[in-house]
Ligand binder design. Structure first.
Ligand SMILES: [Zn+2]
Length: 392
């Protein structure tokens, strides 16, 4: 049993001072109580505020290798589609050993930045050319081994790419997709799907199926409470309505969407429809949850030309809403408990160094706003996953 005594903790109630957080041997929060002179404390944490660990809801870990290498001219006019060619070339280099090495390094970088959980949207299963490895799970096991070694919680999202485009008869592939949707419902498993990231993708879906991507998912019964739509950058009003009705989550990936020139999601409409929003580092071009969340709010401000878009209600600042997007909404999207500092939850924390220069001037009312608008992951001084302190 460990007990942590930071100066502050951020609980569902808000910022609380002088509390002790007890952690059971199996890594759950067993008690949160005011600190007294007799409190047993194994880890005094002066100058620290403890927040729930951040959740990177959507990652393709191998794409970390592309960081900074796709900004040179790849064609006459570079778009998502020319980037995608470079990304596929990188994917084709991978074998289980290289994937393990890349993932170990990227997961360590995530932990240092304050991500304690990652949803790994894993689609590189086979050898170049498409033949399965002798062990068909070799690539998945490489990812999970890297996660264990680094100490991050990995939710492996096994991904099926049914086809490359819309130029083949749909029936066979749609049956397969239908089976995936039914399986996720029957087994209460999270179902994550890229949709509405690119205008051309929507046009192709319309041409082939006579509806938009999210309407197509609805048609095949793939929208439910454990469904997460990744991006939804160009979601229409009708699609937003479908997502709201089904209880689906949307995972926004602002730094990747900016890097790829995808566009800016209709944040205000999504919030107004009460759709839970989460964040993902996606291509891992940048690993910093604070920056990811700042860019969600900043890109929304640029879209609507006003300030304070991502707020829970008119009376609040964005800080608490951004924290929810970065923590508990992501945990929910991955089918996990957690994302909050509360009794019974996994002990996943980040320690903010309250003496960091970029936090100077913070107050108990605006700590989260100072954090999200004025700092970077440099303020993260420690990370715990399931009660285990991770050496950064
Ligand atoms: Zn993605």
């Amino acid at each position: 049993m460990r007990s942590l005594a930071p100066d502050y903790i951020y609980t569902p109630v808000g910022l609380e001072a002088n509390m002790v957080v007890a952690i059971s041997d199996d890594g759950y929060i067993s008690e949160i109580a005011p600190r007294t002179p007799d409190s047993p404390v194994t880890d005094p944490l002066p100058g620290v505020a403890l927040l729930p660990g951040f959740v990177n809801t959507h990652s393709h870990v191998f794409q970390r290798a592309l960081r900074g290498h796709t900004h040179r001219p790849l064609s006459q006019q570079d778009t998502f589609w020319t980037w995608r060619r470079a990304m596929y070339a990188e994917a084709n280099r991978l074998d289980p050993d290289l994937l393990y090495t890349n993932a170990l390094s990227a997961y360590r970088e995530m932990l240092a930045a304050g991500y304690t959980t990652v949803g790994e949207f894993h689609y590189v299963h086979h050898q170049p050319g498409g033949r399965p490895y002798a062990n068909p799970n070799a690539m998945s096991e490489a990812i999970l081994q890297a996660g264990r070694e680094a100490g991050i919680r990995v939710v492996l999202l096994m991904t099926a790419y049914a086809r490359s485009g819309f130029d083949r008869p749909p029936e066979e592939e749609q049956r397969r997709f239908c089976a995936i949707a039914q399986y996720s419902r029957a087994h209460r498993l999270p179902l994550h799907v890229h949709a509405d990231e690119q205008v051309a993708e929507i046009e192709q879906t319309r041409a082939a199926c006579g509806c938009t991507p999210i309407e197509l998912l609805e048609r095949y019964d793939a929208l439910h409470e454990l469904t997460t739509i990744v991006h939804a950058t160009h979601a229409s009003a009708a699609e937003i309505e479908l997502l709201a009705r089904s209880g689906s989550t949307i995972c926004l990936c602002p730094t990747t969407e900016g890097d790829l020139g995808d566009g800016i999601a209709p944040y205000a409409e999504l919030l107004a429809a009460d759709i839970p929003l989460a964040i993902g580092a996606d291509s891992n071009t940048r690993l910093d949850p604070i920056e990811e969340l700042r860019w969600a709010e900043y890109s929304a401000r640029m879209r609507y030309q006003r300030r304070r878009v991502l707020v829970a209600d008119e009376q609040t600042s964005p800080g608490p809403q951004l924290l929810a997007m970065g923590t508990k909404n992501g945990a929910r999207a991955l089918g996990l408990a957690g994302g909050e500092i509360a009794v019974g939850q996994p002990a996943d924390f980040v320690a903010l160094n309250l003496n960091h220069l970029s936090l100077a001037g913070w107050t108990s009312e605006d700590l989260l706003d100072v954090l999200f608008f004025g700092t970077s992951a440099d303020v993260i001084a420690g990370t715990w996953v399931q009660g285990r302190s991770i050496a950064l």
